[in-house]
Design a protein around this ligand. Structure first.
Ligand code: PLP
Length: 382
């Protein structure tokens, strides 16, 4: 089967019709164990923590979409990042982009520092700053582009070149764009990570995470971690994500079109003091985004000028929901300072520009006129 185009891959890779019945969808294999034919003889499956056919199908699909050597799925995005960090040992050093997903920073600063790992946060929009932070102990650079929630851009190819010059691996959290809009491996990343909870699943009904590696060592390591630590993705959730991925291209085209229209509308609105969307020519990372992404996506944030204004706006929304998370077909709005970045100190938030008036928007797949009308009536209340 030729899997050339992205949509074809999304619909078919890892998903041959079932050999027994011809079912075109991969069955949900609800089994914890598998009958063995004799001592040391089995059909490739022994125990469900190690492998499950529904999970394997999803892993094959995601590896194909990101152009990796293999993919390994975990019970959440955080479980995937935690698994990634098991590649490290005490004394190792990790560099990450400041402005990183709040949960990732919490894992690094509140848990993994207690195991002898050290972390340095740098403004990754300047690859020279990453290079300056590299020490002989540095093993990994972990970045997001665009960043959450300030939407600053990182030149992934430039950062990959710096990392490889120093023998350091680069991992990219590609959650905000999905492989449809950005292919970090093509740009030089060694490992791609996703919270599949977001665009890959796309329907706000399941949690998951994935690590996509580019080398046999990654495959070996991540399978080993799945088996040893056990934080794997369940068969039902694997099925949900597999189902979501089939329409990824369609959804991302709609997210992208709606995202651009909403950003253009907000950019002209008198109540919006600042807007952060790489698709706008005024965004400082616009040129990088246009070069390294296939579109600009549907994530953006904007400044309303204070907590009171932000609260008036979110409380007035009717169609768009005030909620954690992103990447679903429904438009979601969040208040970063109290929600995703609530665990930071005021000083940390100030340094990143995450003010009390900042709103993050994940534009959904509804008719854009309806989204705009809801934003309009809520902005009138500000
Ligand atoms: C949500 C998210 C995560 C964490 O994923 P969970 O599935 O919630 O554990 C990591 N990175 C980014 C960019 C995210 O948006």
């Amino acid at each position: 089967m030729p899997y050339k185009g992205f949509s074809t891959k999304a619909i078919h890779a890892g998903q041959e019709p079932d050999e027994l019945t011809g079912a075109v969808n991969v069955p949900i294999y609800l089994t914890s164990t598998y009958q063995q034919q004799g001592i040391g003889q089995n059909k490739g499956y022994e125990y469900a923590r190690v492998t499950n056919p529904t999970r394997s199908a999803l892993e094959e699909s995601l590896a194909a979409l990101e152009g990796g050597h293999s993919a390994h799925v975990f019970g959440s995005g955080m479980a995937a990042i935690a698994a990634l960090c098991t590649m490290m040992k005490a004394g190792d050093h990790v560099i990450c982009s400041e402005n990183i997903y709040g949960g990732t920073a919490r894992l690094f600063d509140k848990v993994l520092v207690n195991y002898g790992l050290t972390f340095t946060y740098v403004d990754a929009s300047d690859p020279a700053k990453i290079e300056a932070a590299i020490t002989p102990a540095t093993k990994l650079v972990h970045i997001e582009s665009p960043t959450n929630p300030m939407m600053s851009m990182v030149d992934i190819a430039a950062v990959a070149a710096v990392c490889h010059r120093h023998g350091v691996e680069l991992s990219v959290d590609n959650t905000f764009l999905s492989p449809y809009l950005q292919q970090p491996i093509e740009l030089g990343a060694d490992i791609v990570m996703h919270s599949t909870t977001k665009f890959l699943n796309g329907h706000s009904d399941g949690l998951g995470g994935v690590l996509i590696g580019t080398r046999p060592e990654h495959t070996e390591r991540f399978s080993f971690v799945q088996k040893v630590t056990g934080g794997i993705l369940q068969p039902f959730d694997s099925y949900l994500i597999l189902r979501g991925v089939k329409t990824l291209a369609l959804r991302m085209r709609q997210h992208d079109a709606n995202g651009r229209a909403v950003a253009e509308y907000l950019a002209k609105h008198p109540k919006i003091q600042k807007i952060f969307y790489p698709g706008l020519p005024t965004h400082p990372g616009h040129e990088i985004a246009a070069r390294q992404q296939k579109g600009f996506g549907s994530m953006m944030s904007f400044e309303l000028g204070g907590k009171q204004a932000a609260n008036a706006f979110v409380s007035a929304l009717k169609l768009c929901y005030l909620a954690e998370s992103l990447g679903g077909v429904e438009t979601l709005v969040s208040h970063s300072a109290s929600m995703t970045h609530g665990g930071m100190t005021q000083q940390q938030r100030d340094a990143l520009g995450i003010t009390d008036g900042l709103i993050r928007l994940s534009v959904g797949c509804e008719d854009v006129e309806d989204i705009l009308a809801d934003l309009e009536q809520a902005l009138e209340k500000v």
